[in-house]
Design a protein around this ligand. Sequence first.
Ligand code: CP
Ligand code: NVA
Length: 310
Amino acid sequence: MSMKGKDLLSIHDLSVDEVYQILNLSKELKAKQKNGEEHHLLKGKTLGMIFQKSSTRTRVSFEVGMYQLGGMALFLSANDLQIGRGEPVKDTARVLSRYVDGIMIRTFSHDEVIELAQYSDIPVINGLTDLLHPCQALTDIFTVMEHKGELKGLKMAYVGDGNNMVNALLHACAKVGMDIAVATPVGYSPNTQALAEAQEDAALSGSKITISNDPTEAVKNADVIYTDVWASMGQEKELAERMKVFHGFQVNKELLSAAKPDAIVLHCLPAHRGEEITDEVIECSQSVVFDEAENRLHVQKAIMALLMGN
Ligand code: CP
Ligand code: NVA
């Protein structure tokens, strides 16, 4: 089944087959780029990239990815767009649909992205909302597949905040049959709807989901350890409070040693060394965070080619 013209707002909306289409094309495009083979799947196409929040990886990987596919990307800061002065999302959607072939948006409210997609005639890609970060989570399972050769039956442990990252990882693991054990402080659990959606898919794929407040228990037998910042973009004011609450939820050598000896460490980055992860762990041989960052490029190229290609 073709994904042409579809949106990518949440991994839960994808079929298992679509997830594998993305992973397989990512592998192919990565090889082509490494071999210097031209792969202009989006020749002459344009992507509008709306940013309401900061970004290094998402901005650069989408922009470079579009260029490598033979198209071009426009960086549209929400501060400079009329959307920042109150032009309705539904109007922005219809105007941009007349100019570009796809929209990538990073913003706060997930509902805003849903509205944008409803009113756009072109594919809309979620580049992070307060609820989900699907492009990152698809990249993460691609990175696991590269390093472990498979996905089904592996175990991921996520330690830290129940944020957009873990919500998307729950979706991703549940689709492909990976087990996921989440350990957060009390009161910082993943989003209940995202969890329910993941459980729905887990019942089909056989993946086991556990949610607890115990990092050591979560990492037991884990093949992958994942963490993310304790205060996400927009939560800066809560940082001091969160530093206290999240004490004990740090990925350090001791926690790493409770996982499988060949466990890999992932982090979407940017990382706050000394908070959710130690410098020692992020720099150790089990950490694959820079492969993970690189893979954003290859996976998003696959996503764009599938949604926006001919
Ligand atoms: N991981 C990630 O999305 O990074 P940026 O915020 O730099 O885009
Ligand atoms: N949870 C983080 C992810 C950054 C890529 C945030 O939303 O800030």
